[in-house]
Design a protein around this ligand. Structure first.
Ligand code: ADP
Ligand code: NA
Length: 352
């Protein structure tokens, strides 16, 4: 059987925001007590678009500080920086030779990020999902907590694992490197080298939307700073952004059905639910019939209450970059101890 293991990552592209926290980082914390957990700062992904080399070390430390401040314990979980463990890039190349151009051409994130000038996008941006598959499968990770925007990339990760397991089934068996398939199916051999990873996309915050436009996801790259709550915003900035968040003039309904055509209102209720740990229905029964002039200040108080201690801890940690770098170095060593043998076996399967 594949040992349960969780892997996830966040790009060091600056402007870490509430969506990154609620959709991903906050969910990493309890998982470290359930199974071995590996949390990566994925800097090789951050260079698929134009980046400033002078800022990369700082943004890498910022994501690390967010992990630590959120409550990830570097003694339990492995926290490290992707570029420090060479197995990621090596396995990504193998996967570039497994994945099909047609598969990658269907990725909606590439289409969005490349925009109109697709011919001018980097090959790395196109191949991003094969590197993501390598990130996960270098550890034979079985569970990947992410936001909703990563769903398609995780399906591709399963497709790559499946094709690798099929294409090299004979070598895997001959070398004795297979693990019995826990869920036998006609599409797969009875022994696998890579697991078919389970996406964990759940809870009230899988897709936090922009505070300025309820049809766009909250994003690091949105030019409007009012569109997102950054994890390093002050209490005043958080309150101001919630006060200025786009809404409609109707009071809150008593049930989620009443928010079907009101994306901005639904988003704020979802944020309240995620921050308070209550269900969206429970939030609505508390605020049913109330206008936003009542709901927004309550949400701002809650957000400041939950985020201010973390912001303070991030700032304290960032004042000591040497400590953060030591955490990353230790984590890279421990990550290599897992990924090294997986790559050694993958190379034998490939015939290297
Ligand atoms: P971004 O999409 O902000 O550039 P990343 O690609 O580094 O950030 O994503 C880090 C994690 O944050 C991923 O698991 C992603 O799904 C999650 N995430 C990003 N934006 C949101 C959002 N608006 N709502 C919920 N989760 C999000
Ligand atoms: Na993303």
């Amino acid at each position: 059987e594949f040992q349960p293991r969780v892997f996830s990552g966040v790009q060091p592209t600056g402007n870490l925001h509430l969506g990154n926290y609620l959709g991903a980082i906050a969910r990493f914390v309890p998982l470290q007590d359930e199974m071995p957990a590996i949390y990566c700062v994925v800097d090789l992904h951050a260079i698929t678009v134009k980046h400033d080399p002078a800022l990369l070390a700082g943004t890498t430390r910022e994501v690390t500080a967010a992990y630590l401040a959120a409550g990830i314990d570097p003694k339990k979980a492995i926290i490290f920086n992707q570029s420090q463990v060479r197995e990621h890039a090596e396995l990504a190349w193998i996967f570039n030779c497994i994945a099909r151009i047609g598969w990658l051409s269907r990725m909606t994130q590439f289409k969005e990020k490349a925009g109109k000038n697709r011919e001018n996008a980097s090959v790395g941006l196109f191949a991003y999902p094969t590197l993501m598959a390598a990130d996960i499968l270098a550890y034979r990770a079985t569970h990947v907590p992410v936001g909703d925007d990563q769903k398609q990339h995780l399906e591709l990760t399963r497709d790559i694992a499946q094709k690798f397991n099929n294409d090299f089934a004979d070598q895997i068996k001959e070398l004795g490197l297979g693990i019995p398939n826990p869920t036998p199916s006609p599409e797969l051999p009875d022994e696998l080298f890579f697991p078919l990873t389970e996406p964990m996309i759940a809870g009230p915050a899988t897709r936090i939307m922009s505070l300025r436009d309820g049809t766009k996801k909250m994003s690091k790259s949105d030019p409007s700073d009012l569109s997102r709550i950054n994890l390093r915003d002050s209490a005043e900035e958080i309150a101001k952004k919630i006060r200025k968040a786009k809404t409609d003039p109707e009071p809150l309904p008593s049930e989620m059905d009443g928010l079907a055509e009101r994306p901005e209102a639904a988003n704020l209720v979802g944020i309240y639910a995620a921050l308070s740990g209550k269900s969206k229905d429970a939030v609505l029964s508390e605020f049913a019939g109330q206008p936003f002039s009542v709901f927004k200040p309550a949400l701002a108080d809650l957000a400041v209450d939950k985020l201010a201690p973390m912001t303070g801890e991030m700032n304290r940690l960032l004042a000591d970059p040497g400590h953060i770098d030591a955490v990353l170095r230790d984590g890279a060593g421990r990550a290599s101890e897992i990924a090294g043998p997986v790559l050694r076996d993958a190379r034998r399967i490939m015939g290297f």
